[in-house]
Design a protein around this ligand. Structure first.
Ligand code: WTA
Length: 629
């Protein structure tokens, strides 16, 4: 793809967009970096504050920034109550589509009621401001309700992706010392049942901090409930002593809002902490401008809420804007490869936000699938999670967007809270594969090893030079690590861990990571996690995992394992190693399927084994070199 090939925003789109031209964007951008306090104060004013802030931001104790200090605000109030006195009160807030095809819609009023009642359930179980509540649920409405209920009373939620294993869940609960766990009897995955509660029980055997478990009914199978500890969601929320009214807690802008664990270069995943005021202002504003939200839009972000994309652009960003947000429990290719398009047609989705891996996997099934459906409601498409290759971009543009929808390729991270680099759809001409330009208020750059600005088109470290409202505040319980990881290389400058280049038009091209983080199907892993899962097996002496390019999943994994002296490689051991990784990281079959044994050779008395991701859809393209002796 030539870097000069530009796709200008469709005229009809620009005409009614929030930001209508590159010129307008540039004027806003200039002002936002010249006077960030003024810029962000104007944005923050659009939300409801119980008490106004004293100072927009303070960055004296670098890298620990404070935004909207002195301000008092409540997230659930802004996402729900604020809309009830407007025409939005009976508008759909959440449209939910279940994997088996069941569905449910909540208006703002209905969602408000559910959230208030559940917040009272939390209180009844002695959850207080600052307590951690772990949420381990499939993509069902209770997940969003539980998050909002936590924010209502000032509890800190920690959502753990429902695909993670009991061990991953245990590590996260132990690290945050959560007092409560919210889970479900089971979850659906491609028509099968995953025993979520069973995995939760396994994790909880080593989590003394958890006093109460709230269990949602989803799959309906019989599960053991532990006396005193375990309660059914539906019984709790219906109880007579649970009121419909719950006054929102007046939170300090810098009070913690949530912890979300994410993979890094070394060790176990770390708990990224986001706080209340800055995060909300930022996701509110980015959602508004990047998705160009209009009152009648139906927004569908296909991510799982277990990842940051779902937090910011299924729950908080859309609801803070009074938008209709669609939440889907299933996967793109079940029961058929047109599941996404069936849903777009059913709900007349207008804004559609997904990951390149999903686009590639649907594309390979053939054009007949999208062609079966009326996709004419779509007016904007988005991409997130990994670099999008120009071929997938063009297919998305032509087949799904019918050449009339702008594509926003949004670059961001768990740590950034919201999107930092992206086209504004009515203003910025796009180039397939480039996330284009910074969002107003964001100052990114590309530096070389010595911290000098890289030349045009020269790859280097992507950094952010100025603080922004939704910047992570710390690593839960480990501020030292936060400082070292993100501000250690170039002092005072946020290191993203990504590699990027800037072209002659000032467009950013993010090419991948500079560290040991990998993106498989857009899901973030550390190679170190896979390595330590393998070395936890008694037969394994050493393990090394390296990423390999994968045509659909973006990246795959290639793992080298050295067995302990005298241990023989057997099919049984191979299975045990696959199970080991599944047990430590993924409870459900991971998106990269099962690790596959490729070959092994001996090295000084021990065995070396190479295993790799199941590459069934790309077997021919992948060349595995013989291992070095
Ligand atoms: C990658 C997901 C290229 C990047 C929101 C980043 C991207 C990591 C893009 C964060 C994009 C995300 N183009 N790469 N548009 N978006 N990435 O924390 O490597 O799960 O550092 O947050 O995903 O992954 P995370």
């Amino acid at each position: 793809m030539s870097e000069t090939e530009l796709f200008p925003p469709p005229k009809a789109f620009s005409k009614r967009a929030h930001i209508k031209s590159r010129k307008e964007y540039e004027a806003i951008y200039r002002q936002s970096v010249k006077n960030p306090s003024k810029f962000w104060a104007e944005k923050a004013k659009q939300l409801h504050w119980f008490k106004k802030w004293k100072r927009v931001f303070r960055y004296t104790k670098k890298p620990f920034v404070k935004w909207f200090e002195g301000g008092k605000i409540n997230v659930s109030y802004n996402c729900l109550d604020r809309h009830l006195s407007t025409a939005r009160k009976n508008k759909a807030a959440l449209i939910w589509e279940g994997e088996p095809g069941d569905s449910k819609t909540y208006t703002y009023q209905e969602l408000h009621l559910e959230v208030c009642r559940f917040a009272n359930v939390l209180k009844k179980h002695r959850i207080k401001k600052g307590d951690r509540v772990c949420i381990y649920l499939p993509m069902i409405p209770q997940l969003a309700i539980a998050m909002l209920a936590c924010t209502r009373i000032g509890a800190i939620h920690s959502v753990v992706f429902g695909g993670f294993s009991a061990n991953s869940l245990r590590n996260r609960i132990q690290d945050s010392r959560a007092k409560m766990l919210i889970t479900s009897d089971g979850s659906f995955r491609k028509g099968k049942i995953i025993p979520l509660k069973k995995m939760a029980d396994e994790a909880l055997a080593e989590c003394p901090s958890v006093k109460t478990v709230i269990v949602c009914r989803r799959t309906g199978q019989k599960i053991p409930m532990k006396r005193k500890r375990d309660r059914w969601w539906d019984e709790e929320i219906k109880a007579e002593d649970i009121s419909d009214v719950c006054k929102p807690a007046e939170m300090d802008a810098e009070d913690p809002l949530f912890i979300l664990y994410t993979s890094g270069t070394t060790g176990k995943p770390k708990g990224i902490l986001h706080t209340t005021g800055g995060y909300l202002v930022y996701v509110y504003q980015t959602f508004k401008w990047i998705f160009d939200i209009q009152e009648e839009d139906t927004h569908w972000c296909t991510a799982d809420i277990g990842w940051v994309t779902g937090h910011s652009y299924i729950v908080y960003g859309p609801l803070a804007n009074g938008a209709t947000s669609l939440m889907f429990e299933g996967v793109p290719n079940y029961p058929k490869p047109d599941r996404f398009w069936e849903i777009v047609e059913k709900y007349k989705v207008t804004l559609f936000y997904t990951a390149p891996t999903a686009i590639r996997s649907i594309k390979q099934e053939g054009n007949q699938w999208p062609k079966r459906h009326d996709l004419s409601s779509l007016r904007l498409l988005g991409s997130v999670g990994e670099p999008i290759n120009p071929e997938a971009w063009l297919w998305y543009h032509k087949m799904i967007g019918n050449r009339k929808c702008p594509i926003v390729d949004t670059w961001w991270q768990t740590e950034t809270g919201g999107v930092l680099i992206t086209p504004l759809p009515g203003a910025i001409p796009t180039k397939p594969g480039s996330a284009t330009l910074p969002f107003p208020g964001i100052v990114p750059d590309v530096l070389d090893e010595k911290g000098r600005r890289a030349k045009i088109n020269e790859g280097g470290y992507l950094v952010i030079k100025k603080p922004w409202p939704a910047m992570a505040r710390t690593v839960w319980g480990n501020p030292k690590r936060f400082k070292e990881i993100y501000f250690g290389k170039f002092p005072g400058v946020y290191l993203t861990g990504d590699n990027a280049k800037i072209d002659k038009d000032g467009y950013f091209w993010v090419t991948g990571r500079t560290d040991d983080v990998i993106k498989i199907s857009g899901h973030r892993f550390g190679t170190a996690e896979v390595e330590s899962a393998l070395t936890a097996h008694p037969a394994v002496a050493e393990a090394a995992a390296v990423p390999i390019p994968h045509p659909i999943k973006g990246q795959g994994l290639y793992v080298f394992v050295t067995l302990d002296k005298g241990i023989k490689q057997t099919p049984h051991l191979k299975k045990a190693l696959f199970r080991q990784v599944a047990k430590e990281i993924w409870g459900i079959p991971p998106p990269w399927r099962i690790l596959r044994w490729l070959h092994y050779c001996s090295s000084r008395g021990s065995f070396k084994i190479a295993v790799s991701v199941d590459i069934k859809d790309s077997g021919e393209n992948l060349k595995i070199e013989p291992l070095p002796a």
